[in-house]
Design a protein around this ligand. Sequence first.
Ligand SMILES: *Cc1c(COP(=O)(O)O)cnc(C)c1O
Length: 390
Amino acid sequence: MSFDLSARLAARRADNLYRQRPLLESPQGPLVVVDGQPLLAFCNNDYLGLANHPQVIEAWQAGASRWGVGGGASHLVIGHSTAHHVLEEALAEFTGRPRALLFSNGYMANLGAVTALVGQGDTVLEDRLNHASLLDAGLLSGARFSRYLHNDAVSLAKRLEKACGNTLVVTDGVFSMDGDLADLPALALEAKAKGAWLMVDDAHGFGPLGANGGGIAEHFGLGMDDVPVLVGTLGKAFGTSGAFVAGSEELIESLIQFARPYIYTTSQPPALACATLKSLELLRTEHWRREHLNTLIGQFRRGAEQIGLQLMDSFTPIQPIMIGDSGRAIRLSQMLRERGLLVTAIRPPTVPAGSARLRVTLSAAHTEAQVQLLLSALDDCWRTLERDHA
Ligand SMILES: *Cc1c(COP(=O)(O)O)cnc(C)c1O
């Protein structure tokens, strides 16, 4: 037998890298039931608390009554409904771009955009901490693929010197496992100087960032000139599912022609587009969600620093606690769970070796009292962990 899966699985276990799926038995929200246990959770990406919002659910139900449940075909055949089209127009208006194109999810949007834009003879340059879907997209494209140092415009500039063909610079907007922001103004400057295009995947910026939730582009006031390819996902702050690419008329028409993960898949359910249209409205207009979230972020950072936890350079709802060793990260996560709190340990290869962390995420659905509960539990558990280690 050539597939020695049991040995691979055993090695994964021995390295403290074995993955398990907590079984969620409730809707998403601060209070969940997982594996039969009620828990206060700080690990979903529902930053604005829209994943279980009554108005979004209602829009989905009304959409299902109007459109049925399935997309039925790909967009190019007969799966592109008015519901999808209206959402695309709203997303274009929201991002201040002429067009937006809906994808089934962020992974496919990234594969589709990168592989449609570059191929053999071209170059793709990526931040070394980019999301896995962007790295996979770069490899799949067949273009010359190189990673620059994290958020380092100088390192990018050196690679741009050696680039050939059409050159795409690709970065997360908010880095998903660190919570820091890409230095977009500097990256855009370097890219433009060399005639390269900048593609930003702002999966975690849309919603929390920008005065109207327009993400990192709104935060830095960057237009299509600076960021020609802007990707957003709908499963995080939007609380639903799917993704979009926003940009010029020509960009979107090219994706419709050449992006295989767009062409060769069934359109998402139109009712889902109806739900997302409602969540977009709430995301843009209910500023109190962003304001409350920012209050919680400040509260958490102050409290965690007092405890002596090592935080990262982040003012976003992603507030990881750096641990380093995978075993210790799992131990801390388990101790919190015994106290009724759910915070997932993130380990390699999701993050670089030796940088296991607890990825705390905050949501507008949390209360200050709940954040205080987390801080008290962390205070206790951290002390125990340090003592056991000493
Ligand atoms: C979650 C995520 C994706 C994938 O989006 P899905 O819609 O969940 O497939 C892509 N990029 C980044 C940065 C993400 O965090």
